[in-house]
Design a protein around this ligand. Sequence first.
Ligand SMILES: Nc1ncnc2c1ncn2[C@@H]1O[C@H](COP(=O)(O)OP(=O)(O)OP(=O)(O)O)[C@@H](O)[C@H]1O
Ligand SMILES: CC(=O)N[C@H]1[C@@H]2OC[C@@H](O2)[C@@H](O)[C@@H]1O[C@H](C)C(=O)O
Length: 347
Amino acid sequence: MKFQAIGLMSGTSLDGLDICFAAFEKQNGWTFQILKAETLPYPKNWEDKLRHSIGLSSEELLELHSEYGFYLAEKVKEFIQNNHLENIDLISSHGHTVFHQPQKKFTLQIGDGRAIKIKTELPVIYDFRSQDVLMGGNGAPLVPIGDELLFSEYDACLNLGGFSNISLKQEGKRIAFDIAPVNIVLNTLAQKFNKNFDENGDLARKGQINERLLAKLNSLDFYSRPHPKSLGIEWCNEHIFSLFENIETIDAMAAFTEHAAQQISNIINKNSLQKVLCTGGGTYNTFLIEKIREKAGLGIIIPKNEIIDYKEALIFAFMGVLKMNNEINVLSSATGSIADHSSGVMA
Ligand SMILES: Nc1ncnc2c1ncn2[C@@H]1O[C@H](COP(=O)(O)OP(=O)(O)OP(=O)(O)O)[C@@H](O)[C@H]1O
Ligand SMILES: CC(=O)N[C@H]1[C@@H]2OC[C@@H](O2)[C@@H](O)[C@@H]1O[C@H](C)C(=O)O
């Protein structure tokens, strides 16, 4: 059985839209091949619109839901045309997360998949998280199904995105959870230096770790909670940013990088993980990686850039394929929902 699908991933760091066209084949198990992948940086106006979407009125938010859907449609059409892509079975789109409050049974990813369908005339699968939160799950992380079926040779898959999350096998079951915020916080701090992000961790490297701040960060309740668990921007707004008041930004960056490295390596050490595949843009933060390696040994495996950058978009394409094939694409062991299920709405 063979499928070719496009995955669209609107990451939480707001650096741009990841697009990945890949082929998937099922024989004994699933295999994949990335055929073409690109990140389209957001123009400033879109970055601002998405960043501020959390403060919109319901009417404005609905308008943005449609408008962003058409934006995604336009971008995916350009991607298809510029690369002369053919034989596309489906488009699978994550959308931009505006709200994520699974405890109140809602999560919202904007970018209406129907707009993408209207413009591309291809089957589109979207809204992958809502069903899971309605089933009592965290609606995240979803990529563990791809880790399980496409990257099973590793003990664990660690993603350093807006938030860090990990998936690993425990007693034969794949468990997964968010570990700590990473780029969502570092990028906000880097903006004080007119930078979009802390390139290679060079800013944090110059700071002095503020030990009181580090201790406060490490004592946040989330870290001692058992999995499954997930984080959202609301949590950072409530618990993180106020801790930086009256602290030099550079020192806050040093402390926050140390904090993220400590939380991540604690998980690696606690679970005795030897082969950890590390992906997501934070993998390029050499200072953060050095710190994780220092604390957790040498088991961190950094793959080629294609996988660092596009693993999530690839897995979202794959989740669409599984949905189209009527197969389970969400693992309840990872999200905490009542049962494994096939999520996503098809337009
Ligand atoms: N050279 C670099 N040094 C440090 N950080 C980097 C570098 N390159 C990218 N990054 C970080 O990676 C981020 C992009 O990573 P990624 O695309 O994985 O995030 P994302 O799509 O928001 O992830 P997720 O959806 O998993 O939260 C950038 O915003 C930046 O913070
Ligand atoms: C609600 C939401 O958009 N969560 C994202 C976010 O970005 C990283 C982390 O937080 C993860 O929980 C999730 O994305 C990945 C792709 C996932 O669901 O597996």
